[in-house]
Ligand binder design. Sequence first.
Ligand code: NAD
Ligand code: UDP
Ligand code: UDP
Length: 320
Amino acid sequence: MRRVSAKTILVTGGAGFLGSHLCERLLEQGHEVICLDNCFTGNKKNIYHLMDNPKFEFMRHDVTFPLYVEVDEIYNLACPASPIHYQLDPVQTTKTSVHGAINMLGLAKRVKAKIFQASTSEVYGDPTIHPQPEGYWGNVNPIGLRSCYDEGKRCAETLFYDYSRQHGLQIKVARIFNTYGPRMHPFDGRVISNFIIQALRGEPITVYGDGSQSRSFCYVDDLIEVMIRIMESGDEFTGPVNIGNPGEYTILEIAEKVVQLTKSSSPIQFRDLPQDDPKQRCPDINLAREQFQWEPQVDLHKGLSSTISYFEKLLSEEKI
Ligand code: NAD
Ligand code: UDP
Ligand code: UDP
């Protein structure tokens, strides 16, 4: 464990998949952590094991409303992240990204806190450049089913840079590419969780389209490590910086890998491709490599194996 001077750190979306791992790591480093969440897609079960820690505090709150706390740093992760969840109430999704960013930036301004934004590879939309470097401005449909998320996150980035220029805020913007691991929501419809649960239950593996679309998958531990390094970087570095694992796979390859690792007899079933589904996605992580001497350590085989163990336990304990 690294020794660092203890700070009070707010993690919005802290009861979610990434947020709960981040809270855990920050507590391990000796910080006080305020975990804020409205429990829309997150779950208190993700943070039960932290509740007894005197340095940990859970707040049920919606970031679209103002918040008055005294903190040194803010990680802004609050936002539903999977297509089925962010499309359930798309207006609320945009409000969460935009009003949430305004409130957290207003808070950061008042208390002079450093603030990190969990942005996304979705700001690149259905990219025409491959792999995607940070300088690429993207190819985003402003009025489609994914727009509430994509445009909300793009606007949040705009707000971060305008607060930085206008009010001198210390900002860090990271564009997160597909990440997976234990504590993913079992029914958020994301490809890794869907395929693993289908395989474990012996149900058909639902591949959308012909499965030739690609994604690059980063294991959660690698992502949390670089998120913290980004926050700890000097004031001159603001990003935006891509973070993810550049190992690229087609969705059909992922289906086959999951079937193989779970020793499942599930057949592969092809379904319609959702609207605006990006055809390919792969991060150019040269900036993160140079700035943070960071390289993802966990390969797909190892990461999938530990995620499968998590879901096996969840299925047996909770009978879901
Ligand atoms: P998640 O759904 O598990 O976590 C998001 C958390 O935010 C949940 O706990 C949810 O309850 C909370 N939340 C949603 N709306 C809120 C609101 N209005 N007020 C307070 N809390 C609210 O998803 P995740 O994968 O952990 O994603 C965390 C962040 O990282 C999100 O901002 C997401 O856009 C970003 N991100 C994730 C990925 C990924 O692959 N996991 C990729 C790109 C970006
Ligand atoms: N805000 C907040 N907590 C704070 C300070 C501000 O939630 O500690 C919110 C506040 O409600 C405001 C938003 O952040 O709507 C933006 O604040 P800012 O100071 O930038 O703007 P203003 O208050 O001038 O609109
Ligand atoms: N996908 C799939 N079957 C599923 C869930 C997703 O084929 O059961 C596909 C989806 O169409 C997309 C890719 O897997 O091409 C990644 O989907 P996910 O929702 O995990 O992430 P995103 O599209 O936001 O990158």
